[in-house]
Design a protein. Structure first.
Length: 148
């Protein structure tokens, strides 16, 4: 898991061949003008999901993980307090992994919470369980899905 400011994104471009495309897309797109929904960038290898939702409580947030995609979650408006726990330490699955949706949820409590303000992002790799969208207010964010 990585937490960083958007101004530092160049540091992380070398971590995956598609990361430079993510940061280029962010620089060249008015993300606030995009309606909630899914937008393809590079076939099924890279896409962005735009969300604008009311935050939920820590108690209502479930840890989730993905096997096929890395998440780069960029907060645009509001503050997202995301939970995190190493996937290897998660022992209380809600259900089996859904290959169709590339997701599995857990009842485990996060080991830590990451306060993510606007223009900051978290990178969650397949070994990172995360519980996003925790806030007292509304959250607008871009979730980039990068094929492993």
């Amino acid at each position: 898991m990585i937490l960083s400011a958007l101004s530092q994104s160049d540091r992380y471009a070398a971590l995956h061949p598609l990361f430079p495309r993510v940061f280029e897309y962010i620089r060249n797109t008015d993300l606030l003008a995009l309606a909630p929904g899914r937008y393809p960038i590079v076939d099924k290898q890279l896409f962005v999901i735009m969300e604008s939702v009311a935050g939920r409580s820590r108690e209502d947030a479930k840890l989730e993980c993905h096997h096929r995609y890395i998440d780069i979650q960029l907060v645009l408006e509001g503050t997202d307090e995301m939970g995190w726990k190493a996937l290897a330490d998660c022992t209380q699955p809600v259900s089996d992994y859904s290959a169709e949706k590339d997701i599995r949820f857990f009842h485990d409590a996060p080991a830590s919470w990451i306060t993510t303000p606007p223009n900051a992002f978290c990178i969650f790799f397949p070994e990172d369980a995360h519980a996003p969208l925790v806030s007292n207010g509304n959250i607008r964010k871009a979730i980039f899905k990068i094929a492993v």
